[in-house]
Design a protein around this ligand. Structure first.
Ligand code: BEZ
Ligand code: FE
Length: 302
């Protein structure tokens, strides 16, 4: 990506009128759109796109570079890799969509970006189970409750959890078909849940493609703040897609996909080797960590 600075000459009145007339003609071409919502979206897209081009006085070379960039994104996208979503993530578009569609409700837990590494049909673990058995990393005890916004326990909520290993890779990035670092469990009658995972570490989003080149050209890091993914669902409640982050992580302010929310930053307490574990598990000479994540679900209809 080699976009040079454009010297922005002032635009004459005649030129402005010519440009505005084109915008008006393009807008009018959508006037007959039968679907009102589609018409609204097309009109707004045209208005904003032309405003952007006119603001930066887009050159023909830059237009070509933009086309090449989007073409490269299309070429690298397949069933396993979705570079368009990565672009959306790194431009904050994914988080803006989440913000618009998950308005804060009472003290319900905040949502954040879904990411590309969720897989359906994860294995089920029981309370206190270990989803990180086959994953390298420091063991981490995660516990909490699932409640509604009135403080009542939500039993039987399905809690999907997935996380990267200590080298920053999800199982779907391994060469084999192993499932690791992901599982689901159900909240108990009192809404509580607990399991072993691994202490999350920062890792880069896939950056060997056009989005990575965009980050490099703009001096941005591909690193994500360390996190554990959660998706929590229960009948009658808005499905919650979120993460927890590690207090003290230096990347909290520069997460490459803008996913961090202060309410999701948790204390991960380091436990020296030999510290008794909550479930009596013997970790030998390994250190471990523990954290608490109390989840509040919003009603489905808000
Ligand atoms: C993730 O956290 O897994 C992720 C989110 C957005 C883009 C890439 C990865
Ligand atoms: Fe992730």
């Amino acid at each position: 990506m080699t976009v040079e600075q454009n010297t922005q000459a002032p635009v004459s009145a005649e030129q402005r009128v010519r440009e505005e007339e084109l915008v008006a003609r393009v807008l009018a071409s959508f006037d007959g759109t039968p679907n009102r919502r589609l018409k609204e979206i097309m009109h707004a897209a045209v208005r904003h796109l032309h405003a952007f081009m006119r603001e930066v006085r887009l050159t023909e070379e830059e237009w070509k570079q933009g086309i090449d960039f989007l073409t490269a994104i299309g070429h690298i996208t397949d069933d396993r890799r979705q570079e368009f979503i990565l672009l959306s993530d790194t431009l904050g578009v994914s988080m803006q969509t989440i913000a618009i569609n998950n308005e804060a409700y009472a003290d319900a837990t905040e949502a954040t970006v879904f990411g590309p590494f969720f897989v359906d049909n994860s294995p089920e673990i029981g309370q206190g189970g270990d989803l990180a058995a086959d994953v390298s990393g420091q063991p981490c005890w995660i516990e909490g409750t699932v409640r509604d916004t009135e403080g009542r326990p939500v039993p039987g909520a399905r809690i999907e959890v997935w996380e990267a290993d200590e080298d920053g890779f999800y199982d779907v990035q391994y060469d084999d078909d192993r499932t690791a670092g992901r599982a689901h469990l159900f909240s108990a009658d009192d809404g509580s849940y607990r399991f072993w995972g691994s202490t999350p570490v920062p890792y880069p989003i896939p950056h060997d493609g056009p989005v990575g080149r965009m980050l490099e050209a703009t001096g941005r890091s591909p690193l994500r703040a360390a996190h554990v993914h959660f998706m929590v669902s229960a009948p009658g409640f808005r499905t919650l897609v979120t993460h927890i982050f590690v207090r003290g992580d230096e990347l909290l302010d520069s997460d490459s996909v803008f996913g961090v929310k202060e309410s999701l930053v948790k204390d991960f307490e380091e436990q020296p080797a030999g510290t008794p574990t909550p479930d009596g598990r013997d970790l030998g000479d390994r250190t471990w960590s523990r954290t608490r994540f109390d989840i509040v679900l919003a009603p489905a209809d808000v």
